[in-house]
Design a protein around this ligand. Structure first.
Ligand code: SF4
Ligand code: SF4
Length: 306
């Protein structure tokens, strides 16, 4: 059985698929979207954050660290962790008297995660829910993902996966038989714009979507587009996304996801600048107009997820 790198597990979500769902967030992502709301999921390795308003600057973490990996940077008035020295022993987290220090990420076996998932079986049964694997990018840990999903299906638990699509086909194909619903992100149809906004081009993402469309599984394929004001929400891009999906045969619907700034506090905790600090959220009416454009093209579109 595989070990996986997990960010966290959230219970009773109603936004990540049918019914009530347990969402397992995995660590590691090949994209660096400017609007990413879970920056703590991007690295496969553990990240350390400090909640500034809780930190009493007592220096306990600095003194506790056996690797001398933490130092106080007076220029930014923050405690910084040198990850090249860190052995991930977590003593700094355990000893922080204010609970200000957080470790993002841990390693777990498939059996351990399945045990956690099974605790919510009664909710899946009554709500028609199941498990959603999110990230980060789940296909980064393809073997772990496959074993985890197979374990869910063996217990009769419905499965969903959220992907950015940037993965080797050899990692994606063996996992598809174990996915009931696949949520597939499309951000921009222009390769240069995609690279500018996410750090990678879109060629592989589009190719993978077309290949998935030709498979028997997943049972249901849903495209999601995060709509980021001024960055990818122009009509030209929207129509390009719509036309690409229209040529596919199995896209059940396109979900337009509104931009939000929920990740801002986490950027602060991680001591990283938030790339879109000045950007305001778009309006619900505007998203509805965009959904109508996709409907005109002949697609089923909705604002939001579930
Ligand atoms: S131990 Fe906690 S409260 Fe003390 S300096 Fe470190 S993060 Fe801040
Ligand atoms: S996890 Fe251990 S090695 Fe890493 S910064 Fe904290 S105390 Fe130091």
């Amino acid at each position: 059985m595989q070990n996986g790198r997990i960010l966290r597990i959230e219970k009773l979500s109603s936004f990540d698929g049918d019914g009530l769902r347990t969402v397992v967030f995995l660590k590691g992502c090949p994209l660096r979207c400017q609007w990413c709301s879970t920056p703590e999921s991007q690295a496969s390795a553990t990240d350390f954050g400090v909640v500034r308003r809780k930190c009493g600057q007592c220096f306990t973490c600095v003194q506790t660290c056996p690797e001398n990996a933490i130092h106080y940077n007076a220029d930014i008035d923050r405690f910084v962790t040198d990850m090249a020295r860190c052995s991930d022993c977590r003593q700094c987290v355990a000893e922080c008297p204010n609970g200000a220090r957080t470790a993002y990420g841990y390693t777990a076996t498939v059996a351990e995660i399945l045990k956690e998932i099974a605790k919510d079986s009664i909710f899946y049964y009554h709500s028609g829910g199941g498990v959603t694997i999110s990230g980060g990018e789940p296909f980064v840990q393809a073997d772990f993902l496959k074993d985890l999903l197979r374990g869910c299906l063996l217990q009769g638990i419905n499965t969903a996966v959220e992907t950015c699509g940037q993965a080797a086909w050899d990692h994606i194909a063996p996992v598809l038989p174990y996915i009931d619903t696949l949520f597939y992100d499309l951000k921009h149809l222009d390769d240069d714009a995609h690279r500018r906004l996410t750090g990678v081009g879109n060629r592989r993402i589009l190719e993978n979507l077309a290949r998935i469309d030709a498979q028997q599984r997943p049972q249901r394929l849903i495209v999601r587009m995060p709509v980021i004001p001024g960055l990818n929400d122009g009509e030209e891009n929207l129509r390009a996304v719509g036309e690409f999906c229209r040529k596919l045969t199995r896209v059940a619907e396109i979900q337009l996801l509104p931009y939000h700034r929920l990740g801002m506090e986490t950027y602060n905790t991680l001591c990283r600048p938030y790339p879109l600090a000045q950007l305001a959220s778009g309006s619900e009416d505007e998203l509805r107009r965009k959904a109508a454009i996709l409907e005109e093209i002949g697609l089923t579109a909705r604002v939001g997820s579930f």
